[in-house]
Ligand binder design. Structure first.
Ligand SMILES: NC(=O)c1ccc[n+]([C@@H]2O[C@H](COP(=O)([O-])OP(=O)(O)OC[C@H]3O[C@@H](n4cnc5c(N)ncnc54)[C@H](OP(=O)(O)O)[C@@H]3O)[C@@H](O)[C@H]2O)c1
Length: 256
């Protein structure tokens, strides 16, 4: 029997795209999750209980996996979680680790970005063959943020902030391709087809909803504000691939 691909984060936004694509390609898939519940069986996916931060269940989950697609992530602890995963993967002799990271991991001075950089280093320094794809913010996350902002009577919009939101489906497709290819190290970043100001993202959302709100420009203070205004979260120029699906197309599908 072919060895399974272990997908961490297989239950998340990205994982829910990646897992069916892998299954459609005929690959046996195992998902590591903290909440296996009654899952498993019907969709042909095996679920392994484990927590990457608490370092439980990882040894069993990686057992026999030829490839690990590491998509799990949370607000805190991603570096430690990745170190725990890589230690177990090393012991199990995994042949290829594919990891999703974020554009600007080494440039945006915020704790979450630093932990993404730490996670990348854990993968690259593990001694196992690896591939890392850095992606821009997904449309889904952008929508969640813009929705919260637009719920206020006056929408505070940090000036000078730009984003290149990318479709999670395009990121998922690319990851499946990478997981089924040879280890490639850092591959070109994947961003969306257009750069938008925060105000444009909010206006696009309001217009898709058919509502209006006054926008109030605010200034994001500190080092993080400076880094964002300098575009450190963007992928511009060489070493970037861009997706096709725009923010407007995503909104037309998701927002009424
Ligand atoms: N969202 C973005 O815009 C964006 C952009 C670039 C890169 N990324 C990266 O892409 C990855 C996936 O993002 P997403 O939006 O799909 O995330 P998501 O929807 O929030 O899903 C997070 C996933 O991580 C798993 N997870 C969290 N903590 C865990 C732990 N301690 N142990 C085991 N599993 C754990 C969750 O599994 P269970 O709850 O089932 O345990 C869930 O499947 C993340 O690593 C993120 O950093 C995201």
């Amino acid at each position: 029997m072919t060895s399974p691909i272990l997908v961490t984060g297989g239950t998340g936004t990205l994982g829910s795209i990646v897992v069916p694509l892998l299954r459609a390609s005929g690959a046996p898939v195992r998902v590591l999750t903290r909440h296996p519940g009654g899952r498993g069986g019907a969709d042909g996916v095996e679920y392994a209980a484990g927590d990457l931060v608490a370092d439980t269940g990882i040894e069993q989950a990686v057992q026999g996996a030829a490839t690990v697609l590491h998509l799990a992530g949370g607000p805190k602890g991603d570096e430690e979680a990745t170190r725990n995963l890589m230690r177990a993967a090393g012991r199990a002799g995994v042949g290829h680790v594919v990891h999703i990271s974020v554009i600007g991991a080494d440039r945006v001075p915020l704790a979450w970005f630093r932990s993404q950089e730490g996670a990348e280093q854990a993968v690259a320094g593990s001694g196992l063959p690896w591939t890392i794809l850095r992606a821009a913010q997904f449309h889904d996350l952008t929508l969640a943020a813009v929705r919260k902002m637009a719920a206020l009577p006056v929408v505070p919009v940090p000036g000078g902030l730009r984003f290149q939101p990318v479709d999670a489906r395009e990121v998922g497709e690319r990851l499946v391709e990478l997981a089924q290819a040879e280890p490639a190290g850092r591959v070109p970043d994947l961003a969306g087809p257009r750069v938008y100001g925060m105000d444009e993202l909010v206006r696009g959302y309001l217009s898709a909803r058919g509502t209006r709100r006054p926008l109030m420009p605010v200034r994001l203070p500190g080092k993080a504000g400076r880094a964002y205004r300098a575009g450190e979260n963007l992928a511009l120029g060489a070493g970037t691939t861009t997706g096709k699906r725009t923010w407007e197309e995503f909104l037309a599908e998701r927002v009424r």
